[in-house]
Ligand binder design. Structure first.
Ligand SMILES: [Mg+2]
Length: 225
């Protein structure tokens, strides 16, 4: 495997956000109920519904704005659309408390920068939130978020935007992520190398193309250069 530029996934690769968005939704529910809305069940049931909505948003079925508005409407909130900004504000404010970088992430990103390796982040999600995670990682390169680039992993268009931002031919790019299908196999389909960050209890589906490399710590990337 040869590469001269790197793309990174954020969530569960460079760091974890500890269910930040689920908690922001639950806090929003609390505020909504104080304003006359009605919860549809227990916290466990509401959490399951929230996770389902967030999953739909992350896989591109709906935007975060639509997810919040739908959640508010289902609970009889008076002006469902008005809760969107409140939700975003709550999630952004909670970020420093919830987001944790991988222990070696800042060091590795700094070292890649010193070695002149172009790096960019490509992430599915809504932009101010993912931009804030990148800021906390002290990430210096472009941050491409699905809601602003208009394409999301595993779509090839998202990886084309990444190659454009890196000003590098796809064959010279390696993409690093934890998700076998959405990160690794998708990058390989886009003509890049796909490096699987195997750091959680995820199994690699045998029908997917084999990863170009497997790492268990981000620092192992430096040995691949
Ligand atoms: Mg991920």
């Amino acid at each position: 495997m040869h590469f001269s530029a790197l793309g990174f996934d954020i969530d569960h690769t460079l760091g974890i956000d500890n269910k930040l968005e689920r908690v922001a939704f639950l806090r929003l529910l609390d505020a909504m109920c104080n304003d006359g809305a009605k919860s549809l069940g227990t916290l466990a049931q509401e959490s399951a519904r929230i996770d389902e909505l967030l999953e739909r948003q992350r896989s591109g079925v709906c935007s975060i704005d639509q997810a919040v508005e739908r959640f508010a409407a289902e609970r009889g909130a008076r002006t469902p659309g008005a809760w969107v900004e409140r939700y975003k504000q709550m999630a952004l404010e909670s970020m420093p408390e919830f987001f944790v970088a991988q222990p070696d992430a800042r060091e590795v990103l700094g070292e890649l920068q010193r070695r002149g390796i172009a790096c960019a982040i490509l992430s599915n999600g809504w932009s101010p939130l993912q931009q804030e995670k990148a800021r906390q990682l002290q990430f210096a390169g472009p941050v491409l978020v699905s809601d602003t680039i208009g394409a999301q992993k595993p779509q090839l268009e998202a990886f084309a935007v990444l190659a454009g931002a890196l000003k590098t031919d796809p064959h010279e790019i390696a993409y690093v992520g934890d998700n076998p299908r959405g990160d690794v196999a998708a990058a390989i389909s886009a003509g890049m190398s796909g490096i699987w960050f195997d750091a959680e209890d995820v199994s690699y589906a045998p029908e997917l193309p084999e990863p170009s490399a497997v790492i268990h710590r981000l620092a192992e990337l430096l040995a691949l250069l």
